[in-house]
Design a protein around this ligand. Structure first.
Ligand code: SF4
Length: 427
């Protein structure tokens, strides 16, 4: 989401005559787009700010601004603490950046962290940053109202709002005509996408379908799905269109009903497993990935064991795994005890990571001898004689360079596998 937001910011500022620079030392303005989801993310921002302080010493005219969730969460506090900040703008304030920068130019500090009920930046055509020219992100909604008890997003990004489907379809068409061949539709919970215009209502499966039919050479991905909102209609839609990728990211967070309830996830372990069963029966080649938080408040060894068991039962292809870190202003911070000792969190996380390593490795080894349609993304970082790309399941494949170019499809047979990569040959 932040990457996509940075492209929106670049578009707004480009329209005002600014230019994006690839060289930090060459920039007159540095805007740091921040994440508050974990303490670690905020710590990294603070470290970056210390580095920028040294740049500002050499160049006192340098403007430094803080954008995104950390700006929203801390408002003036961080500005007072970090005197080097000239500007603070929350995720719904990007249209005001030109005005805020003008204020900084006139010698004042500028701040705008007002959240909006309807801002979706639908009319803004993002400037693609750091792009490979093959895959692009499109935000289809903003905000979240699920209030998972550990999560700061509803406070930092405000209420949920969906973007006009016509603007999403137009942007998808545009990027396809520019040569992109993969689009990832983004939202905190894409499954609850909903748009109503007069008599017409568009939900997420319908939006997905409308983009999938634009051209079968355009792959469509999406992130992230909340398990409680993953509908049979969505599974049917994915199954019906081969260019909707066979990869679903479905964050489970915990395998224990007690923990899920405390997290306010609004589904049980059994309901989650039912959804997995439905996906597997209708889209047998679908990869399933997840997020797991270990060491949440009151989590016992038995809860942890249930998480490990669920991981084995689903056999996730991939997972993002974290130990719980308390975020200020959340339900958990206000009402629960962050009472799992740090060393226990560490050990449980290690067990989860080790298990996932085995599961990912087994998943990749099952692909040995299989042939996949791969969208070439570019030259491998390790060797300029090799391409890398992804299959529909979002697995990375590396293979000797062919006559095809990045952005084209090639069939690749898997010859070797590690837990992270498939190595093959074009056929
Ligand atoms: S669904 Fe839950 S975890 Fe995801 S952004 Fe919303 S509140 Fe946070």
């Amino acid at each position: 989401m932040n990457f996509s937001d940075s492209e929106i910011v670049a578009s707004i500022l480009t329209g005002e005559g600014f230019e994006a620079s690839n060289d930090l030392l060459d920039a007159d303005i540095i805007l740091v787009n921040t994440c508050s989801i974990r303490e670690h993310a905020e710590d990294r921002v603070r470290k970056r700010l210390h580095y920028f302080r040294s740049l500002k010493k050499k160049n006192p005219g340098l403007t430094i601004g803080l954008l995104g969730c950390m700006a929203e969460r801390t408002k003036t506090a961080l500005m007072e603490e970090e005197q080097l900040l000239d500007l603070v703008a929350g995720p719904d304030s990007y249209r005001h950046l030109p005005g805020l920068l003008a204020k900084v130019d006139s010698g004042q500090k500028a701040i705008d962290t007002i959240l909006s009920a309807d801002e979706t930046y639908a009319d803004i055509n993002p400037v693609r940053l750091d792009t490979n020219g093959v895959s692009a992100f499109i935000s289809i909604m903003r905000g979240c109202e699920n209030f998972c008890s550990y999560c700061v997003v509803p406070y930092a990004r405000g209420q949920e709002r969906s973007r006009d489907p016509l603007s999403v379809i137009r942007e998808s068409k545009d990027i396809f005509l520019q040569g992109y061949r993969e689009v990832t539709l983004l939202g905190q919970n894409v499954n609850s996408y909903h748009w109503k215009d007069g008599k017409e209502a568009v939900n997420f499966p319908l939006l997905l379908e409308r983009i999938a039919v634009l051209d079968r050479r355009l792959r469509v991905r999406f992130a992230t799905s909340h398990p409680k909102d993953l509908s049979p209609e969505l599974i049917r839609t994915i199954a019906a269109y081969p260019n909707i990728c066979r990869a679903i990211h479905l964050p489970v967070q915990s395998g224990s009903n007690l923990v899920l309830d405390k997290m306010n996830r609004k589904y049980t372990r059994e309901e989650y497993l039912e959804k997995i069963k439905a996906i597997r029966s209708q889209i047998p080649d679908c990869a399933i990935s997840t997020d797991i938080i270990t060491g949440f408040c009151d989590e016992t060894e038995e809860d942890h064991k249930q998480t490990l068991e669920l991981m084995k039962e689903v056999a996730f292809d991939y997972a993002f795994m974290f130990k719980y870190s308390e975020r200020p202003q959340t339900i958990a911070a206000d009402h629960y005890n962050d009472n799992v000792p740090a060393n226990v969190k560490e050990r449980r996380l290690r067990e989860i990571i080790d298990l996932q390593h085995e599961l990912s490795s087994a998943s990749n080894h099952r692909d040995l001898g299989e042939t996949f349609e791969v969208l070439i993304e570019g030259t491998s970082k390790r060797s300029d004689k090799q391409y890398f790309g992804r299959n529909s399941q979002n697995k990375v494949l590396v293979f000797p360079i062919t006559r095809q170019k990045p952005g084209e499809y090639v069939n690749v047979k898997v010859k070797r596998a590690t837990s992270a990569t498939l190595i093959g040959e074009a056929i």
